[in-house]
Each structure stands twice: as structure tokens, then as C-alpha cells.
Design a protein around this ligand. Sequence first.
Ligand SMILES: [Zn+2]
Length: 232
Amino acid sequence: MAVLNELLEYQKVDAELRKIEQEIAASDTRKKYVQAKKFLEVAASKLPAQDEHAVELRRLAQTLTERYREIKESIEEYSDLGEETEDGSEIAFYKRSAQALADSLRALKGEISKLASEIASACEEYKKMKEQTIAMQRQFKEYSAAFKKLKESRAAEIEALTARLDEIGKKIPKETLEKYKTKRKERIFPVIVPLTSGRCVCGMDFPIAQQSALSGGNVIECEHCHRFIYKE
Ligand SMILES: [Zn+2]
């Protein structure tokens, strides 16, 4: 490939474009925009699990309320018996039953207080989430507008550089240009590098026989990092 000068020129203009892209990417505006966007996406994905948890707590509360009602009814039945129970063995039986009911009530009380603390912590979590979501919605609104403005402020420069790249690109074989663009997308930069002490920038050695292929402005591909190599 004797397209060395064109490739180097292309890369020089591309470096300017890359600098703008990096400035935009490193800006506080973009960081705040991305942070809010990600938070809202994660929050939305958490909602079904939160709803499910709320349903589960409500179901548990219903079960406990039902049991409380049953025990209460049983206790009322016993208190209605009053003086009708004269027989000693019957009294012993009712005493045992009353004791069992008291035990059930105690256990139920424990479960209710556990549920109450679960509900309280779920409410706390929900409240915190809601506050954060509101703050992030505000941040998203503010910074998506600011980010759009930032991109617009650099649009003319980007357009001019892109037009120059297209112009230079016409002088480069399509296949070579595609390879360059692929590497650029893979965040390899610079894409075309000079052979230094018989090595590529990635450290790959080039045997003398292979180095001769570089004469006359030829460009070869590094087998290891797939950059384009040329001889200065
Ligand atoms: Zn290499």
C-alpha cells in the first residue's frame, strides 16, 4: 500500500476530530448527563422488584390480621362461657386452651413487630429512592439540555473536519480506509505508526525481511495490534 502520505494526512485531521470528541466526553456536562441517565435507568429497572416486595408485605399483613381476628374470637368464646363451667376437669381444659391462646398471641405479637419494622425500612428505602429520583430527574433535564448545547457548539468544527476527512479519504483505497476506521472505532490511536528500532509501538518485532516491504512508502499491518506501520 503506497498510500502513506494520504494516511498520515488523514490521521492528522482525524486527531483534531478525536481531540474534540475527547473534550466533549471528558466534560462535566456529559458526566452529569450520563450519571443521571444511568441512575434513572437503574431506578426504573428496580421498580418491579419494589412493587413485588410491597405486595408481599401487604399479603403478610393480611394473614397476620386474619390470625389475630381468629384468636380474638376464640378468646371471646371462652369469656362467654362464664360460670357455666362448674366441672373441675372442664376448668382444667379451658385453662390449657387459654394458655395456648396466650402463647399464640405472644408469637403473633412478635411476627407483627417484625413485619412493622420491615414495612418501616421498606418505606424508608422508598422515600430515599423517591428523593434521589426527583433530584436525578432534575439533573437529567438540566444536563441533557446542556449536553445538547455543548455538542451543538462544536458541531461546525466537527462538520468541517469530517468534510476534510471525506476529501482525503477519497485518495485512500476503500479497503484500507475501512480498516483504519475499524481500528479507530476500537479506540486504537494512532492507527498508523512509524517503525521504531525494528518494532511496532505495541512492542511487536519486525524481522529485517518484513521491514524491506516498507520501502517506497509502503504500509503494512502489525500482526499483533493491527496498526498500520510505516518507515520514516
Ligand atoms: Zn503492533
